[in-house]
Write a protein that binds this ligand. Structure first.
Ligand SMILES: [Zn+2]
Length: 472
């Protein structure tokens, strides 16, 4: 960071996210912290009294500020203006959002370019035969009008949906973005943000819009205008994230290409969820590849195979304390921590794969039949070796579609006994963190919450409530 300043070091997010330190925040990929930032702003709009994230010291509501840094942005925590300035982590004279908005919006309101773009877009949408009604700068201004919002275009395309277009030339403010998404979502209107060009580096406000649109940016430039006129309908240039911090070759899209049925977001292709799901599988698939090689190498004791060396080394490089725990484990149990972790991975993999397939698929022990998973878990938890992981296994099973297993008396008893007799590893323990990296959909609160927000939690990682249909 270029300047020294006091800052919030730990934020406590509502569960399941939990504590997120400033170091964790700054180490996140842009998509990760932008998602948090959007969620904080949405909550702020919905219920000011219940901030999604709080300062660890003063418990006041906080948000994520994107601090410009050469080509990019650094996410920082900041207190909302109403919180106590006596907090030792208070960052000093913050630009209050209202002042900032006033300063920015001044003079832009009457922008001739903006007016021209609005009326051009309106005319193009009107050319669509399905269009029954349009308006510029008059519709649905009720609530946010008071806050000095930019004019927008409203278009009713009958069965194809109702659209609000926001033509955004200057950078929008995060609270405004959240406000509009909530507002239009409640009205059943698809909100599409239209830029005139993509700046580089892109201001944070634009990044926030792109985050809301799941990695899509819509641009109405000269080319889009020309094609729109040819096709006699609105055509937008859609930029989609390439997953490496850049854009793919843009596509020209029409309103029919937009997905509008996924909550607050409008997009052509959901680039964020796909990348997030991909990230979730990355480490796990490397362990799975190692498992396959290990089984060939040592059919009777694959966990001791050298094929796990690389993936284990990787974990040790990324998880503080894992190497230390490995040494302690050897001293306590005369057993290799790596082999122990591999077996635990096989146990959890069995649960995950069985949950996904809806039938038992075991990668450890030789139980078969309907209740093979239950028998496997019972046998593992009744022995000494995995008693210290009872809480972890319980949390894992409980977050999958096999959550009903926890109601089985036998498993319930073995978990209770294990907890009574052995100190349990918790989520800060290196072994738990290894498993959280392998199964982030289940064990990483941040990833799990983001997937849930996007409606992308895999079925196998969603607890089945009750487990019975209403008819039974
Ligand atoms: Zn504070």
């Amino acid at each position: 960071m270029s300047r020294r300043q006091r800052t919030i070091l730990i934020a406590d997010f509502e569960l399941p996210r939990g504590a997120v330190t400033i170091e964790q925040l700054m180490a996140m990929p842009r998509a990760g912290w932008e998602h948090l930032r959007s969620q904080i702003n949405l909550r702020r709009r919905e219920d000011r009294s219940r901030p999604l994230a709080r300062c660890r010291i003063c418990e006041g509501g906080i948000f994520i500020r994107a601090q410009a840094d050469r080509e990019s942005h650094i996410p920082m925590y900041a207190h909302y203006p109403e919180v106590s300035r006596t907090c030792p982590w208070y960052e000093g004279n913050n630009l209050r959002p209202d002042d900032a908005r006033a300063a920015q919006y001044q003079g832009h309101q009457e922008s001739a370019l903006h007016r021209r773009l609005c009326s051009t877009i309106e005319q193009l949408v009107q050319a669509d035969p399905r269009c029954t009604h349009t308006s510029v700068n008059t519709y649905l201004r009720s609530e946010i009008h008071k806050r000095g919002r930019w004019p927008d275009i409203f278009a009713d395309l009958g069965e194809s949906g109702r659209f609000a277009f926001e033509v955004q030339l200057s950078k929008p403010f995060a609270p405004e973005i959240a406000a509009r998404h909530l507002h239009y979502d409640a009205e059943g209107i698809a909100l599409v943000w239209i830029f005139n060009a993509l700046e580089h580096p892109m201001p944070q406000g634009f990044h926030d819009v792109v985050a809301m649109q799941r990695g899509n940016a819509f641009v109405f430039d000269d080319e889009a205008e020309t094609v729109s006129i040819e096709r006699e309908t609105l055509v937008l240039k859609c930029f989609m994230e390439n997953g490496q911090g850049g854009w793919r070759e843009p596509r020209l899209v029409m309103l029919d290409d937009l997905h509008t049925g996924s909550g607050r977001s409008v997009f052509v292709e959901d680039c964020r969820s796909k990348a997030l799901r991909q990230r979730c599988k990355e480490k796990r698939s490397r362990w799975w590849d190692a498992t396959k090689l290990a089984r060939k190498d040592r059919p009777n004791s694959p966990e001791y195979s050298h094929h796990f060396e690389d993936v284990w080394y990787d974990m040790k490089a990324g998880i503080p304390g894992l190497g230390e725990w490995e040494r302690d484990f050897w001293i306590e149990r005369s057993h290799r921590a790596r082999a122990h972790a591999v077996v635990l991975y096989a146990i959890l993999c069995s649960v995950a794969h069985s949950a996904a397939a809806d039938r038992p698929i075991l990668h450890i022990t030789k139980f078969c039949g309907e209740s093979a998973i239950l028998s496997m878990l019972n046998s593992k938890l009744s022995g000494f070796e995995f008693k210290h992981c009872a809480s972890l296994i319980e949390a894992f099973v409980g977050a999958t579609s096999l959550s009903g297993l926890l109601e089985k008396a036998s498993l319930h008893r073995f978990i209770a006994q294990a907890k009574q007799t052995e100190v349990q590893i918790d989520q800060d323990h290196p072994l738990w963190r290894v498993m959280a990296r392998l199964f982030p959909e289940v064990l990483d609160g941040l990833v799990r919450a983001e997937l849930a927000d996007l409606g992308q939690l895999p079925d196998w990682a969603s607890p089945r409530l009750g487990g019975r249909t209403a008819a039974e």
